[in-house]
Design a protein around this ligand. Sequence first.
Ligand code: MG
Length: 251
Amino acid sequence: MVIARISTNEGIRYAEVKGGRYYLIEGDCFDIKGVSDTPYEGEVKILAPVEPTKIIALGANYKKHAEELKLNVNPTPTIFLKPPTAVIADGDDIVMPRGAIRVDYEAELAIIIGKDCRFVSAEDYAGVILGYTCANDVTERAFQKIDGQWARAKGFDTFCPLGKYIVTDIDPFNLELKAIKNGEVVQQGNTSDMIHGIPRIIEFVSGIMTLKKGDVILTGTPEGIGEIKAGDTIEIEIEKIGSVANKVRNE
Ligand code: MG
């Protein structure tokens, strides 16, 4: 199923997306009680697909990306947090913070957690995942190097484009992902090249903290990261999932 979170004349709703049209869902995406037989006819604005309590992100989870940034690859996953206030939807602007030196895109597959959970074993990973979406782990690269801790570099408002839709019932292990800047492919990879796979990530993260429904896990970026500047359009596209596209502007 392809699920959108949209703003309608009836308020914020979830909808099933079929043939480019929105069929309103009764309940929410975590507990679908029914789907309208007829498409919604009013004006729609696409919203970020979830409102997470936290965004957990993997660092250095693709070998060649770790090499390009000279990051250590640890036997355990390296994780960091992005604040929920960083989330924006497809079509919203990425805002270059005042004083930024170099801001980069990072194309990533995002996991959407479907139920509250803790201590999930790797083999049970699928039961706690609602679906997947596209993410851009926008990063102020200079601050990342200066600070050591990544909260500032990764945490600015608008630094987590998510969407456009949640796609359920897909196999996430062999998906092409790309970043497209101003219409040109600038980063390309495949989820099969992750160092720590999704089952291991779910086991590891849920062993540390309770995952709430709607929480998001960013699974890391492949090699080929690069800079964005005001005026650019950056789109993250993942096979079988779609894309999230955003313009960049100055604060
Ligand atoms: Mg990243």
